[in-house]
Design a protein around this ligand. Structure first.
Ligand code: HEM
Length: 582
């Protein structure tokens, strides 16, 4: 009995399912018929209208004569209105029905998009998603579409084939305030202003001649760093040193001297009032930039996080006033001596008229150099040192090369680099595994463009995950191993010509300071390795060094590197530098 009831239940259920299918099928047929009927009517009216207008036009051109029936006159007249209306309607229908074929990616939530599932270290998260969804992915940050590419072929397509279409910048509200709506270089959209200032950078600021003229600055600064480490070693030789502290100081002094012609710190390590103000301006800028993050992506949250207009204005005024004072000092010095110096501030002041640069642009460019050139170089050198301490074999091999070429009675100079190929490979390998800007800077599509066969709508933010590409096992043998020899086996360009390795980006927006950055990093490494032997703090195994990254646009080490330094050269090579104000 029970079995019989159960069978009836099953049959009832099967019937219900069958009925449901028939209803859906019927509904689908009716919907399709309606749709085709609608399309047919639409097309018929459309063809009829166009034909009538064409006839009128040809008649007006006297190609042939048309006997106009008086009854049709109102219809012809109304076609003048109906026609544009139908074109607009057709356009709207097309816009409504057409969906761009976007790259795949994790399913977004309403309003917040993928924000809740993006891990703090974004480039690692995007690398994992690329493994799951493919080398080109869509990531929704609130209502903003971001497209991330993670292989060398797509990087080439973005940075070479479609370069111009994606060479603009996505400006956050903070970046817009800092750059006065892109009147500088870094945040300028691709256009006449960008082309002008970029040309100025290439032809005037970063020329081999100017870099050579500024070499003495870089060499003095690393000598000061070596002296400072040496002094600290003398105080306590078994105390672990914070490597980041020395590298940040040398990067700060290098960049402020190269760009502003100023050493704000005296030879005893004391910072002057202008230097204090300088550091305050940088710190305040970072605070203001960080205060807006979430609301950047969810427009309706902006009322909760209104832009601190007053704070931004104050910060801008403070930065301008400090920069103008320094610019005036240089202008007076130039008038007095009649000669211009090589620092960027002097170059910009003497070229201001020739390139018709506004004062805002000059100030913007000077600060771009600080923003782009300071942390990137310190970060690269810190990661390289961490890898050298984790890999004593590589450290020893690099030291042997330096000892062989330089010896023990002089210090390394940048002019020695061509004779130090292994050292250059160490720098390249560190930049491969730890690019300081792993997603480069965000590019923006200034028009609809196709990438990897997908539709990328105008306004999309485009990122190249150079971190993921440099660890791609289909390109690199043992990608996670720190092995500088790979660059001796194959000479791979690092400055934007080989899409497997792009720490400086490539194409129109490639880093203009790449050579300067490389020189600074290689010089820091050369002196650190020549003057000292490096080991982990007592009791720490080299492989226990924390190699994870801190979240952010640039990748500081999550835990700043600490290490023991042991001097290895005669005492006279650690002398302090006497800095004469410039
Ligand atoms: C190891 C050091 C450095 C690395 C790894 C590095 C990397 C980069 C990257 C990836 C970009 C973005 C490229 C893009 O958006 O497509 C960039 C842009 C830029 N870098 Fe560097 N950089 C370094 C050092 C420097 C230095 C020393 C300076 C100048 C003093 C500098 C000035 C700039 C400027 C002005 C831009 C903006 C270019 C533009 O938007 O057209 N960089 N850099």
């Amino acid at each position: 009995m029970c079995e019989h009831v159960a069978r009836l239940e099953v049959l009832k259920y099967a019937n219900l399912k069958q009925n449901k299918r028939i209803i859906i099928f019927f509904f689908f047929c009716v919907a399709s018929l309606c749709f085709f009927f609608f399309c047919f009517c639409f097309a018929a009216v459309y063809v009829f209208l166009w034909t009538s207008v064409a006839i009128q036009f040809l008649a007006a051109m006297e190609v042939f004569e048309v006997e106009v029936v008086s009854d049709a006159q109102p219809f012809y007249a109304s076609s003048y209105f109906i026609l544009p209306l139908s074109v607009v309607l057709l356009y709207l229908t097309f816009k409504l029905l057409w969906r761009p074929r976007l790259p795949p990616g994790p399913r977004p939530w309403p309003i917040v998009g993928n924000l809740p599932s993006i891990a703090p270290v974004r480039f690692r998260c995007f690398m994992e998603w690329a493994e799951r969804y493919g080398p080109i992915i869509s990531v929704w940050m609130g209502s903003n579409l971001n497209v991330v590419v993670s292989n060398a072929e797509l990087a080439r397509e973005v940075l070479k084939d479609k370069d111009q279409a994606v060479a603009s910048r996505q400006l956050t509200r903070a970046a817009a305030r800092f750059s006065r709506n892109g009147q500088d270089l870094i945040w300028a959209d691709y256009g006449p202003h960008y082309v002008k200032v970029r040309k100025l950078c290439t032809l005037e600021l970063f020329t081999p001649k100017r870099l050579e003229a500024l070499r003495s600055i870089r060499e003095e600064e690393v000598a000061a760093m070596v002296n400072s480490i040496y002094q600290d070693c003398l105080i306590a030789d078994d105390k672990a040193l914070s490597v980041k502290r020395y590298l940040s100081a040398v990067a700060f002094n290098n960049i402020t001297r190269i760009a502003f012609g100023k050493r704000f710190v005296n030879d005893e390590g004391k910072i002057d009032p202008q230097g204090v103000e300088f550091k305050e301006v940088i710190a305040q800028g970072m605070r203001l930039g960080a205060s807006l993050k979430l609301s950047e992506h969810i427009p309706f949250l902006r009322w909760l996080y209104p832009l601190q207009e007053e704070e931004f204005a104050k910060h801008g005024a403070r930065r301008d006033s400090l920069t103008k004072t320094i610019m005036q000092e240089h202008a007076i010095a130039r008038e007095r001596s009649g000669a211009s110096k090589q620092h960027f501030v002097d170059a910009l002041l003497s070229l201001q008229q020739q390139y018709s640069l506004s004062e805002t642009t000059v100030i913007g460019l000077l600060w771009d150099m600080i923003t782009a050139g300071m942390d990137t170089t310190a970060i690269s050198a810190e990661w390289a040192m961490a890898e050298l301490i984790r890999n004593p074999r590589v450290q020893k091999k690099a030291q042997e090369e330096i000892d062989r070429v330089i010896g023990q009675d002089r210090v390394v100079s940048e002019t020695d680099f061509p004779d130090l190929p292994y050292l250059q490979c160490v720098a390249k390998e560190a930049l491969r595994l730890h690019p300081p800007t792993p997603l480069m800077l965000p590019h923006k599509a200034s028009e609809d463009v196709k990438i990897g066969g997908y539709d990328i709508p105008k306004g999309t933010t485009v990122h190249v995950n150079v971190y993921a590409i440099a660890r791609d096992p289909s390109i690199w043998k043992d990608p996670l191993t720190f092995r500088p020899e790979r660059f001796l086996e194959e000479d791979i360009d690092i400055k934007g010509h080989d899409y497997r390795l792009l720490p400086f980006g490539a194409g129109r927006r490639v880093c203009p300071g790449a050579q300067l950055g490389l020189n600074m990093v290689e010089l820091m490494l050369a002196r650190l390795l020549h003057h000292f032997s490096w080991a982990p703090p007592t009791g720490v195994d080299p492989h226990e060094i924390n190699m994870t990254e801190r979240p952010g646009v640039v990748t500081f080490m999550a835990k700043p590197l600490e290490a023991l330094a042991t001097p290895r050269l005669p005492e006279n090579l650690y002398q302090n530098i006497k800095f004469i104000p410039e």
